[in-house]
Design a protein around this ligand. Structure first.
Ligand code: MN
Length: 459
């Protein structure tokens, strides 16, 4: 069973004690994000009347890997494989005229009045929409693209936007070269599966909304925008319809980014807002930048893509994980069923090349839980010798947001923490107490009774 609805997922979190409600009227500048961050990964938080605004804000609904696995209806360690199955088997969307996201229409919108937009990190340039799915159509082919871009509130009907050199950027370049604006929709308040799908690693002209349908197991209902041909999720809370203006740049940033440092200010593209539509009683979603929701949404899509990439060449690869300590981007762990010596180093070369952001890769054996950083460290402590099992590749293209890299040029390192294939006797046999994995042995264990405590005395 998957949970492909924003409200349904919040309800599910609430029913299971994972949705906290903040006090009324929490300040939109910093306090809202601070409260959400203190409960990051543990509770989603509902903010009634934030800053006195009638629209509530929700944060942290996708801030836990186990919750996302629940939304997908899969086990946690099966997330990357099942995500990739959706990427490989997209489901075309279904168009509907019955669109809750268009229940209310604002013709001359003032974004700051219509939406409670928080200021998150200390040195952010101002309020940012951080959970906005930017949807655009390729001007040449009409195929759609979805990405989450940071959106700075620059005026009542103006947003500054950071567009990385990927698909949206190509659409914009084509429109700008023709002297035309690129129509876009910015969608806020979508279900966790559509959020996850927005981060899918796809070729140009593959529509992320079709991955959302595949993740949910049924076509996503979409509707046409009022001012353009862009199709948006019909169940969304808010839709901002606008245009990326040609030949216009304005200051955007700084902004706290996923590596948990600031991305600098620069002259960036500008969105002119034409319409805002929303549900009758909308809910605004914010992703606290550099928090777990931000890290995980991008991390899981990358894990899926890296796993598929590695398994094409190396069938002994079992699973991969982008560790949270490496901001779910930079530190990869690869679990393998090792067959021969030398194989881990081949896999490491593939892993370091699988995504520019991967900076360190560690290969471990099948018996190591790659989702437990202590177990990975144990493998490094006991199965790895740096003079023999480590290599460094200097001068590689990496993440521009890594502040230790020189304009995105980085060194990458591969670490083989696997056991030798040839072992005898008790070589590399982990200690194990028979019964330690048996939960039935917990039965009968009770808190220390008073009589026992009295016997222990007070000294
Ligand atoms: Mn794309």
């Amino acid at each position: 069973m998957t949970i492909g609805s924003f409200r349904g997922f919040l309800r599910h979190l609430g029913d299971t004690g994972r949705l906290g409600v903040a006090a009324e009227g929490v300040a939109l500048a910093f306090t809202l994000a601070a409260i959400a961050k203190r409960r990051d990964g543990e509770r989603a938080v509902w903010f009634p009347r934030p800053g006195g605004h009638p629209v509530p804000v929700v944060a942290g609904l996708a801030a836990n890997r186990a919750w996302l696995a629940e939304a997908m209806g899969v086990a946690v360690d099966d997330l990357p494989r099942r995500y990739q199955a959706a990427v490989d088997g997209p489901l075309p969307w279904r168009e509907t005229g019955d669109a809750p996201c268009q229940e209310v229409v604002h013709e001359r919108p003032d974004l700051g009045r219509l939406m409670p937009i928080p200021v998150h990190n200390e040195h952010d340039s101002g309020p940012y929409i951080t959970a906005g799915l930017v949807i655009a159509r390729n001007p040449r082919t009409g195929a759609q693209n979805v990405s989450i871009n940071r959106l700075q509130l620059s005026g009542p009907d103006r947003l500054g936007i950071l567009i990385l050199p990927r698909h949206l950027h190509r659409f914009y370049d084509a429109a700008e070269a023709a002297g035309e604006a690129l129509p876009i929709a910015i969608v806020v308040g979508v279900d966790p599966l559509t959020l996850l799908a927005s981060q899918a690693v796809l070729p140009l002209d593959a529509d992320e909304l079709e991955v959302a349908g595949a993740l949910a197991g049924r076509p996503l209902a979409v509707t046409r925008c009022l001012t353009s041909e862009v199709r948006v999720p019909a169940e969304a809370e808010f839709v901002i319809e606008g245009r990326l203006l040609p030949g216009e740049r304005a200051s955007e940033g700084p902004f706290g980014e996923f590596p948990q440092y600031y991305g600098p200010a620069g002259d960036r593209q500008v969105v002119a807002v034409d319409r805002v539509t929303h549900r009758r009683d909308p809910i605004f979603h914010t992703i606290v930048p550099a928090g777990l929701e931000h890290l995980l949404l991008g991390g899981i899509a990358r894990e899926a893509s890296i796993l598929a990439h590695l398994r094409r060449s190396f069938p002994s690869v079992v699973n991969v994980h982008l560790a949270q300590g490496g901001v779910c981007r930079y530190h990869l762990v690869v679990q393998i069923e090792k067959r021969w010596e030398g194989e881990p180093k081949s896999i490491l070369m593939g892993a370091l090349a699988a995504h520019p952001d991967v900076k360190r890769a560690v290969v471990v054996d099948r018996d190591v839980d790659i989702f437990d950083p202590n177990k990975v460290e144990w493998a490094l402590a006991t199965r790895f010798q740096p003079d023999r099992d480590l290599f460094v590749v200097p001068g590689v293209q990496g993440s521009r947001l890594d502040p230790s890299a020189a304009d995105g040029i980085t060194a990458k390192w591969g670490l083989d923490a696997t056991m030798p294939v040839a072992r005898e006797g008790l070589d590399f046999v982990p200690v194990h107490v028979p019964g330690e994995d048996d939960p039935r042995l917990d039965e009968g264990l009770v808190p220390a009774p008073a009589a026992l405590l009295a016997r222990l005395g007070s000294g």
